[in-house]
Design a protein around this ligand. Structure first.
Ligand code: FES
Ligand code: FES
Length: 213
């Protein structure tokens, strides 16, 4: 009877050791995979093996506001998160984080996009412009920024950088819009203060400034 009680205890001990080793092995393998995806950026690994199909590089180069920036990104990371929390470009705001408000709008190859809904690794090699990249090197504001200042076009201004980026993008394709056309052109952006009349005043003035330059 005593032997019967001891035997299961030994077996349990062996099982525990075996299970611990198994878990350690899984963790070690995961760490190796993670490190490999971080370190090896070409198509070949240090062992001369080709990267797995669909593997995503983590250390990538982005072209942001005319500068090449090296940044470590997770494969599921959005551009808004990278810009704000990896590159310190907090002028890009996060409102809804689901493609509804436009607060996170940036230009990608001069076209407005919601950065909360774009995976960062998909924009390698593209030209990304944020609100921080609009002013000239000597501090001269972009005409759209200057118009916003001149018209005092916002209340709390949380939505402002998104509206400005959307307007900059829209005026590149239609620099002489009617008020209705401009309203439609930037209708993907929302203002919680509902200050749309003043916003449109500012953006119409911006179109004047741009036509003068
Ligand atoms: S935060 Fe991206 S659309 Fe609202
Ligand atoms: S001015 Fe406050 S959200 Fe637009």
């Amino acid at each position: 009877m005593a032997d019967q009680e001891i035997v299961p205890t030994i077996q349990d001990s062996q099982r525990t050791i075996s299970r611990r080793k198994f878990i350690q092995g899984v963790i070690a393998a995961g760490a190796a995979v993670s490190a490999a995806s971080y370190v090896f950026r070409g198509t070949e690994t240090i062992l001369g093996q080709t990267s797995l199909p669909g593997a995503v590089e983590r250390l990538i180069t982005l072209n942001v506001n005319g500068q090449l920036r090296r940044v470590d990104v997770m494969k599921q990371e959005t551009l808004a998160m990278t810009l704000r929390y990896k590159l310190g470009l907090t002028g890009t705001k996060l409102g809804c984080d689901r493609s509804e408000c436009g607060a996170c709008t940036v230009l990608i190859d001069d076209v407005p996009h919601y950065s909360c809904s774009i995976l960062t690794h998909t924009v390698r090699g593209r030209k990304i412009t944020t609100i921080e990249g609009l002013a000239a090197a000597d501090g001269t504001l972009h005409p759209v920024q200057q118009a916003v200042v001149d018209e005092q076009a916002f209340q709390c201004a949380f939505c402002m950088s998104g509206f400005i980026m959307a307007t900059v993008g829209y005026l590149k394709v239609n620099p002489n819009p009617t008020r209705a056309e401009l309203a439609h052109g930037i209708s993907g952006n929302l203002c919680r203060c509902a200050d749309y009349n003043k916003i449109l005043n500012g953006m119409m003035r911006a179109s004047e400034y741009i036509r003068r330059t």
